[in-house]
Write a protein that binds this ligand. Structure first.
Ligand code: 3PG
Length: 400
């Protein structure tokens, strides 16, 4: 591991073996991964932090990992527990990972392992102090460690207790993957080669729409898919039937829907169910032909071809969010096709980010076709939009 305390090009302290030797290290990781049937089905975000974890273990640190899955809103939820993650992490590390159900219990310290051990705390969002950024909650977490390492780039845009308060209570460092994210994404933020084309899809519009406005300033074209496309089409007055849209974001959507840099699909794939199963008939229809009972599940072939044409001239490509309904395989066709096309566009610096986009492309072996795969979705967009991410800012206190 790099022995330098500070990497000159990213400006924040990065973890090193000398610092962590024999210490109890609280690592904030992003393990918000796809799980099905009680098993992790996409382990990219777990693999991403392995170099840091292995280095900590080799240096004799007692590793204690804080992470979350989903949005349980401060309540325990069996479906969002960390057990599947503990199993996959143990497998990838080749060693036991102890899952601690309650890191605040009086016996938690003795249940956490010592030097060289790996402990994973239960989903930290099961406690409402996390999202409320409660200082007492952060203090109770801080007693479990001597040092803090942020290896959760995907959460750095959230001012949550384990992201912004905990690092102010302990000596705090960036993990190796976080440092790499900052280095790679800074290249796009500071000097993107033009034409710069962004692809925005997926859901979580409350995070994405305000950022889309700022991307419109820097990018030359912004290609739209997913719930974002349905919402912008509705804002333009186009019929979208029973498609998923985000009505609460309609004001924001209206303010950018007619921007000249925005490209929306010209045809779409529809079904009669908003969550279709194998037997449901899918039709390709031109925009304007979507019926009342139709749900858009993907962009159509003409849109896909138009997007590919625009992308073929790009020198910088940034992609966040699937173009269709990621929950069903029929909704990932255009995402996979475009992913394959981009993997051949070697003249561009290609960046991909976001949990669902990674899951869709990794399942067909296309992650290798990008120059940088960011673990962050909203965090990546916020960083690229020039925001000072709270989680990164919180690491700067070491310099004071
Ligand atoms: C993600 O999946 O992008 C991160 O884990 C952030 O999740 P959030 O939008 O629920 O904060």
């Amino acid at each position: 591991m790099n022995e330098q305390k500070k990497e000159p090009n990213i400006g924040i302290p990065v973890v090193s073996s000398a610092i962590v030797m024999g210490k109890r290290v609280l690592v904030r990781a992003d393990f918000d991964v796809a799980v099905a049937g009680g098993r992790v089905i996409e382990d990219f975000r777990i693999r991403r932090v392995l170099p840091t974890l292995k280095s900590l273990i080799a240096a004799g640190a007692a590793v204690r990992i804080i992470a979350h899955r989903g949005r349980p809103n401060g309540m325990r939820s069996e479906a969002l527990g960390m057990a599947p993650v503990a199993e996959t992490l143990g497998f990838l590390l080749g060693r036991a990972v102890t899952l601690i159900d309650n890191p605040f219990a009086s016996d938690a310290e003795e249940r956490c392992g010592g030097a060289g051990s790996v402990t994973l705390f239960e989903n930290i969002r099961f406690w409402d102090g996390e999202e409320k950024n409660d200082l007492t909650f952060a203090r109770e977490l801080a007693v479990r460690g001597d040092l803090y390492v942020n290896e959760a780039f995907a959460n750095c845009h959230r001012a949550h207790a384990s992201i912004v308060s905990l690092p102010r209570m302990l000596p705090a460092y960036a993990g190796l993957a976080l440092a790499d994210e900052i280095r790679q994404l800074s290249r796009v933020r500071e000097r993107p080669a033009h034409p710069f084309v962004a692809i925005l899809g997926g859901a979580k519009l409350e995070t994405k729409l305000p950022l889309a406005r700022r991307l419109l300033r820097d990018a030359d074209q912004v290609l739209i898919g997913g719930v974002l496309a349905n919402t912008l089409l509705t804002a333009r007055g186009v019929m979208t039937g029973i498609s998923r849209r985000d009505e609460e974001c309609m004001d924001d959507a209206c303010s950018i829907a007619r921007d000249k840099k925005i490209f929306l699909p010209v045809d779409v794939v529809v079904t009669k169910s908003s969550l279709p199963t194998e037997g449901d008939l899918a039709r390709i229809v031109d925009l304007g032909m979507v019926e009342d009972g139709d749900a858009i599940i993907d962009i159509g072939p003409a849109s896909e071809a138009a997007y590919e044409r625009i992308l073929s001239g790009a020198r910088t490509i940034v992609w966040n969010g699937p173009l269709g309904l990621a929950e069903v395989s029929a909704g990932t066709h255009a995402t996979r096709m475009l992913g394959a096309a981009i993997s051949r566009m070697t003249g561009a610096f290609r960046v991909l980010g976001g949990g669902d986009t990674i899951t869709a492309l990794s399942s067909v072996g296309l992650l290798g076709g990008f120059d940088h795969v960011s673990a962050g979705g909203g965090a990546m967009l916020s960083f690229l939009a020039g925001e000072n991410l709270p989680g990164i800012k919180a690491l700067l206190h070491n310099d004071k």
